[in-house]
Design a protein around this ligand. Structure first.
Ligand code: SF4
Length: 470
């Protein structure tokens, strides 16, 4: 139950892609068809990177995670907040210095002028999910390698940038909401859901490739299928409705961990909780509440208010006592008064959210919240942020202590010199804490293990292998 600190200069949360790219076998073609690839930003962007890489590898290009050894470099950028824009521009600059031939794609790509103003020499710029366009630009600057029929560099499930045992499953693009602090819809457009049959087939392919945990992602997972008017599609000969409930139900039948991320707090989220209680999908809900004050939520153009949300969470926990809730909040939103901030703190104490990320509000170019009156001074934002962190740290510590003695299945992520590092249903990879199983080496990444929690701080847990499995 960590309280995440927002590090302004590091918006990329995923370290794994670089590692995965370094370990990727090369074609040994020695023809110099090497594409350097840097994936910045969130898991949604990571999935875009996986698609581009899958196509490039299918065509016989080698992919390297460095600038100097590449013939051309692709930077998949993030433009979510100003710090992300800065990181993306810096990375493009580094790629230009060290390589010179740079193609830019991803969210920041929609701000073509802004990129060209700083880096006029980039070869080309595309927006997000422009897979084909990026690959075509690569063809223009680096001819397609000759196809070698004896060499298959791409597995059936495509290129994955995550470890073998977990994978992101992107179910839609874009978002129909217009939260005033966010510019995602202007970068990624309105909601477009993938056909449910395609999503389920991809899930099956991933499972066959050894994936044990599917992380369902999108900008707004609970809106899945809204654009298709929840059309009934067919998958393996049976009708399936295009909505979050049917999708979760079907994924839940695949005998893998299914974890839902980025669930917007619509009323129909309530329908998912019984599935979690039945063990169909993991009792883990990543639901960004952003604030508790009704007035601030209205200014943010988001639904909800503290009392109703606390009531809902109570009901969810009655139905599913194991439920772990992850959420994110913004402090210092324009117009936030001291009383409204206090309301947020009381909400935290009442709701006892398990895992929390906190951001200090920062204006994002193009966001409508920039025009709101009463912007909160930086020092007040900082003070509120520190207080928020302190309150949530105490909640986190207390809640983690309550898990001591409990037994869980865990999935091992890595084995270090100190022992195994794993996660239970209550910890999502990359963003939550981990479970350390010290001095235990006789396992490999992806193995499942039954453990007992013996110790916890406000962030991580420690466990020992337990005698019997459930
Ligand atoms: S739900 Fe709001 S914050 Fe999330 S992507 Fe859509 S507009 Fe942005």
């Amino acid at each position: 139950m960590p309280v995440e600190k927002y590090v302004p200069n590091k918006t990329t949360t995923l370290d794994i892609p670089v590692q995965t790219l370094s370990e990727m076998p090369t074609s040994e073609s020695k023809l110099g068809h090497k594409v350097g690839f840097i994936s910045l930003g969130c898991p949604k962007n990571l999935v875009d990177s996986e698609r581009i890489l899958t196509q490039l590898r299918t065509e016989g290009y080698d992919v390297v995670p460095s600038f100097d050894k590449a013939d051309v470099v692709i930077v998949n950028t993030c433009g979510f907040i100003d710090a992300a824009v800065e990181e993306s521009l810096d990375t493009i600059g580094e790629a230009l210095d060290q390589n010179g031939k740079v193609i830019v794609t991803g969210c920041l790509g929609v701000k073509d002028d802004e990129i060209r103003e700083v880096h006029p020499n980039v070869l080309a710029i595309t927006g997000p999910h422009a897979y084909e366009e990026v690959v075509n630009i690569v063809h223009e600057h680096l001819p397609k390698p000759e196809h070698n029929p004896y060499l298959d560099l791409v597995p059936d499930h495509g290129i994955k940038l995550t470890p073998k045992h977990f994978a992101y499953l992107k179910i839609s693009e874009g978002c129909n909401h217009r939260c005033t602090f966010c510019i995602i819809p202007s970068m990624r457009g309105d909601l477009v859901s993938r056909p449910i049959g395609d999503v389920l087939s991809e899930a099956i392919r991933l499972k066959s490739a050894g994936v044990k945990e599917l992380l369902v992602i999108s900008q707004d997972t609970s809106a899945y299928g809204v654009d298709k008017k929840h059309l009934t599609d067919f998958w393996e000969g049976t009708p399936v409705k295009s909505n979050m409930l049917a999708l979760s139900w079907k994924l839940g039948e695949m005998d893998v961990w299914v974890r839902l991320h980025y669930v917007y707090p619509y009323p129909h989220v309530d329908d998912i909780i019984p599935l979690m209680a039945e063990g169909k999908i993991l009792p883990y809900l990543d639901i960004p509440f952003q604030h508790a004050s009704k007035r601030i939520l209205k200014l943010m153009k988001r639904p909800g208010s503290a009392e109703r949300t606390v009531e809902r969470i109570k009901r969810w926990r009655e139905i599913c006592p194991d439920l772990v809730i992850r959420s994110t909040f913004i402090v210092g939103f324009p117009g936030e008064t001291e009383d409204e901030f206090e309301e947020l703190l009381s909400f935290l104490k009442d709701a006892q959210i398990d895992r929390v990320g906190c951001f200090m509000y920062s204006p994002v170019e193009g966001a409508t919240a920039n025009q709101l009156p009463d912007q909160v001074p930086e020092e007040i934002k900082q003070a509120r942020y520190s207080k928020f962190m302190q309150v949530q740290s105490e909640i986190s510590y207390t809640r983690l202590q309550q898990r001591i003695g409990n037994e869980y299945f865990v999935i091992v992520d890595e084995v270090t010199s100190e022992g195994a590092v794993a996660r239970s249903y209550a910890e999502a990879p990359e963003i939550d804490g981990v479970i350390h199983i010290n001095d235990f080496f006789d396992v490999s990444p992806g193995d499942r293990l039954w453990v007992q929690i013996i110790h916890a701080d406000e962030h991580d847990l420690w466990a020992v292998p337990a005698e019997s499995e459930k």
